[in-house]
Ligand binder design. Structure first.
Ligand SMILES: [Zn+2]
Length: 338
């Protein structure tokens, strides 16, 4: 899922998403609550009506933002108090209030309010976050009455094996529609991250969707799919695109480099996206050099297509029971370590 925090994927419209075959995005309930506000979105017919997107819209609770230094004023077991960066106003959010916001926004999938520790937090702090996340998940489940909206629980526990196990046990005992692994990709090493994913996945039910939050490089997606993860979101793809990086079957290239000045081949020879069918590396390189902003849109379009297509291929290979071979071939071609 591309990230559409404020109901906008950078440089890409709702109709572009549909043309790209992107069937789900994730917005941020807390940010939308602050700006433009829940009332306005309700008037517009909910998040779908407002942005005119027919795909599936997840809303994240905003727990991740609330505890950042930028917003947080005070947190305890009952609520979070924070300051709006837009007008400095003070707000108090409870799990019940968070569910009410996501319900009013009318997203397809709501996420429980969770308490995310930081990557350098000590054991005791992470343990406390596991307990608070569980208490809040119970209250979210209790408050959630909307039958048309699914509710996912979030597993925390940082990189501590026993805390991941504990959180997975507690959260999956509450019978949510799906489960997410949260609190990763925030500065820990890749090795530590995948160890935590491995622990969490082994305690998650097989018949419910598994969602790894905030992870998004092509190599991490393929590896995590191999471990049993189904859903991802990350701003990595769109952000990377604006930093000149292009995903290809043979790894990443930086389109601003001089060597592409006279390269009249598409961004990726094996890609059939709108950009690769119509433009050359040389032309996109030229747009970049003359500071014509459309290059960012073209690269974003291609990269979103690349990742979406990679996941489509993975799904097909799983169905044909060939994922192991697909994974090996991907890593060999992409030129990075699994
Ligand atoms: Zn392409």
């Amino acid at each position: 899922m591309p990230v559409a925090t404020k109901l906008a994927v950078k440089l890409i419209t709702s109709k572009d998403l549909e043309a790209l075959g992107l069937k789900a995005i994730i917005a941020n309930a807390f940010i939308l609550y602050l700006n433009p506000g829940v009332k306005l979105i309700e008037k517009a017919g909910g998040v779908h009506g407002f942005m005119n997107y027919s795909g599936c819209i997840f809303t994240d609770s905003g727990g991740f933002q609330m505890v950042s230094d930028k917003f947080l004023v005070e947190i305890n077991k009952k609520w979070v108090k924070f300051r709006s960066p837009f007008d400095q106003s003070l707000h108090m959010i409870t799990p019940e209030k968070d569910i009410e916001i996501q319900n009013s926004l009318d997203s397809d999938i709501a996420m429980c309010l969770d308490y995310m520790p930081r990557s350098d937090d000590k054991y005791e702090d992470v343990e406390e976050s596991v307990e608070i996340t569980y208490e809040w998940a119970k209250r979210c489940k209790q408050a959630h009455k909307n039958k048309k909206q699914l509710l996912f629980g979030i597993i925390q526990g940082g990189c501590f094996k026993d805390l991941r196990k504990k959180s997975a046990g507690l959260i999956t005992s509450l019978d949510f529609d799906g489960y997410a692994i949260g609190g990763l990709g925030i500065g820990e090493s890749r090795e530590k991250m995948f160890k935590a994913v491995d622990v969490a996945v082994s305690y998650m039910p097989k018949d419910k969707p598994r969602y790894l939050m905030g992870i998004g490089t092509p190599q991490d997606l393929v590896k995590a799919v191999g471990m049993g993860v189904d859903i991802f979101d990350s701003c990595y793809v769109t952000k990377h695109s604006r930093h000149e990086m292009v995903f290809t079957q043979n790894g990443e290239i930086q389109i601003g480099k001089q060597k592409f000045k006279e390269d009249f081949s598409p961004l990726d020879r094996n890609c059939n996206c709108m950009v690769c069918r119509n433009y050359t590396k040389a032309y996109i390189h030229h747009l970049l050099k003359i500071n014509e902003l459309s290059w960012k849109r073209l690269v974003t379009w291609h990269n979103l297509h690349f990742v979406n297509n990679l996941m489509k291929e993975a799904r097909e290979e799983i169905k044909e029971d060939r994922f192991g071979r697909f994974e090996k071939e991907f890593f060999r071609g992409y030129g990075v370590k699994r």
